[in-house]
Design a protein around this ligand. Structure first.
Ligand code: FES
Ligand SMILES: [Fe+2]
Length: 406
C-alpha cells in the first residue's frame, strides 16, 4: 500500500512546519518510510522500552528477547545476578544468535556457524578461525538495560535517558503496589498492521471508549470528560486512605522539563461506583497488591517513556508496550502482573484476569486498523482534536519536536 505512496516533495522540516496545531498528523507521518527511518533514529532507538518484569528472568542464564523495528535485544541474568543486555547479532557474519523468545541457557550458541558466547557476551568458542583471530574483540555488543522498581527496560543507545528521577519519584507510588515483587501471570502479543503512532495515539485518548469499548465504558470514568470525571470521583477520595492508598499525582511526561531523563507519570482515577477492579463483574480478580487493604474504586495510570503505559488496579497491573515492526506494522505487547506469591487456579484465574484488556485490545486493534486504512486514502486530511484528545495532542507535538532534534 505504502510502497506506491509518493512523497509530496516537501522536506520533513517543511512538513512539520506546515502541521496545523491541534490537528491529527499529515498522511506522510504514517506512510513515508523516510519519516519512519527518522523516527527510529530520533525516537525509537533513543528511548527506554519496557521489556517485562524481573520475575521473568530470576536466575543466572534466564533470558528473554525483545524485538523492536530492525533491532533485537537479548536480556539475560548474568552469573553475578545482574541483568545484561546484548544485541542479538552474531559478531561473525551477523546472524541472529538467539531464536527463542525466552528460556534458560548456560551460553548462547549462534545457529549459523556455532560461535559461542557466555552470559557476559564474551565470545568463548569459534571453530577454525585463522591464527591471530582475537576472540576478545568479538563479544556481543551491549544494549542498555535498566530497572524501575522491578520493571525491566531496554534502550538501543549507549547513553540512554537517566532513570534516576523516575526511580526516586516513583518509589512511594510504586511501593504501594509492591511492583518489585509482582510476577507476570499472563503475556500476549497483538500484531497490528498499522503505523506505531496510531496505536499510541489511540491509547492516549478515551474519546473512542464510549463507542468502541462497551465493557470498559461500564467501569472506567476515563470515558467521561474531565469535569464529569471529577464529579464521579468523590467515592474514591473518601475510601482511599482506609485502603492505604495515597493520592499522588506526578507528571514528568514532558521531557523538556527534565532534559536527559526518561519522561514518566503517575496518577489515580476513579472507576464507576460499584466497580472495584477491571474484571468482568467488577469484583476482585486476584489478591490485593502490596499493603493495599481494600478497594477504593480507583486505579492508577503510569507511563515510562514514549512506548510503555501501565494501569494498576488494586489487585493486578496491566502493562502496555507499543513498538514498531516496520513503518506499517506494529506490535502491542500486554503483560498482566499479580502478587508474586499468588497461585494460578487458586488465587486467580488467568482467563478472568485478562478478560477486560483482552477484549479491549482486540477492539482497539480493529479501530486502529480501520484508522490506518482511512489515513492511507487520498481523501484523508488531518482533522481537529476534541477536548478529550488532549494527551494525544501533546504526544504528537512531542513527536514533531523530537524529529527535529539534532
Ligand atoms: S553468523 Fe554466527 S557463527 Fe556465523
Ligand atoms: Fe481503546
Amino acid at each position: 500500500m505504502s510502497a506506491v505512496m509518493k512523497s509530496d516533495g516537501r522536506s520533513i522540516a517543511e512538513l512539520i512546519a506546515s502541521q496545523k496545531p491541534g490537528h491529527s498528523l499529515d498522511q506522510r507521518f504514517y506512510t513515508d518510510p523516510e519519516i519512519y527511518d527518522r523516527e527510529i533514529e530520533k525516537i525509537v532507538n533513543r528511548n527506554w522500552i519496557l521489556a517485562g518484569h524481573v520475575s521473568s528472568v530470576p536466575e543466572p542464564g534466564d533470558f528473554k528477547v525483545l524485538n523492536v523495528g530492525q533491532e533485537s535485544a537479548i536480556i539475560v541474568r548474568g552469573n553475578d545476578g545482574e541483568l545484561k543486555g546484548f544485541a542479538n547479532v552474531c559478531r561473525h557474519r551477523g546472524s541472529l544468535v538467539c531464536l527463542e523468545q525466552h528460556g534458560h541457557v548456560d551460553k548462547f550458541q549462534c545457529p549459523y556457524h556455532g560461535w559461542m558466547y557466555d552470559l557476559d557476551g564474551n565470545l568463548t568458542a569459534a571453530r577454525n578461525m585463522n591464527e591471530g583471530f582475537d576472540k576478545s574483540q568479538h563479544g556481543l555488543k551491549s544494549v542498555s538495560v535498566g530497572e524501575i522498581h522491578g520493571l525491566v527496560l531496554i534502550c538501543f543507545d549507549d547513553n540512554p535517558p537517566s532513570l534516576e528521577g523516575a526511580i526516586r519519584d516513583l518509589e512511594e507510588p510504586m511501593g504501594m503496589y509492591d511492583f518489585k515483587n509482582l510476577k507476570v501471570a499472563a503475556q500476549k502479543s497483538y500484531p497490528i498492521p498499522a503505523n506505531w503512532k496510531l496505536l499510541i495515539e489511540n491509547y492516549q485518548e478515551c474519546y473512542h471508549c464510549a463507542t468502541a469499548h462497551p465493557e470498559y465504558a461500564l467501569m472506567h470514568t476515563m470515558m467521561l470528560d474531565r469535569e464529569k470525571r471529577e464529579r464521579a470521583s468523590g467515592h474514591m477520595y473518601e475510601r482511599m486512605a482506609a485502603c492505604g492508598i495515597k493520592d499522588i499525582d506526578i507528571d514528568h511526561v514532558d521531557t523538556e522539563a527534565r532534559p536527559g531523563e526518561i519522561g514518566f507519570g503517575y496518577g489515580r482515577t476513579a472507576m464507576f461506583n460499584k466497580y472495584d477492579t477491571g474484571s468482568r463483574d467488577g469484583k476482585a480478580v486476584a489478591p490485593l497488591l502490596g499493603d493495599i487493604k481494600g478497594y477504593d474504586g480507583g486505579h492508577a495510570d503510569l507511563s515510562f517513556g514514549p512506548f510503555s503505559f501501565l494501569l494498576a488496579y488494586n489487585d493486578h497491573v496491566v502493562c502496555y508496550v507499543f513498538t514498531p515492526v516496520d513503518h506499517n506494522n506494529s506490535n502491542c505487547e500486554v503483560y498482566w502482573l499479580v502478587r508474586g506469591d499468588a497461585v494460578e487456579g487458586k488465587d486467580y484465574d488467568r482467563d478472568e484476569l485478562i478478560w477486560l484488556w483482552d477484549v479491549t485490545t482486540a477492539a482497539d486493534k480493529e479501530i486502529v486498523v480501520n484508522n490506518s486504512k482511512g489515513v492511507h486514502s487520498k481523501y484523508y486530511e488531518p482533522g481537529p482534536f476534541s477536548g478529550m484528545e488532549r494527551l494525544e495532542r501533546r504526544y504528537v507535538e512531542w513527536i514533531l519536536a523530537e524529529l527535529q532534534r539534532p
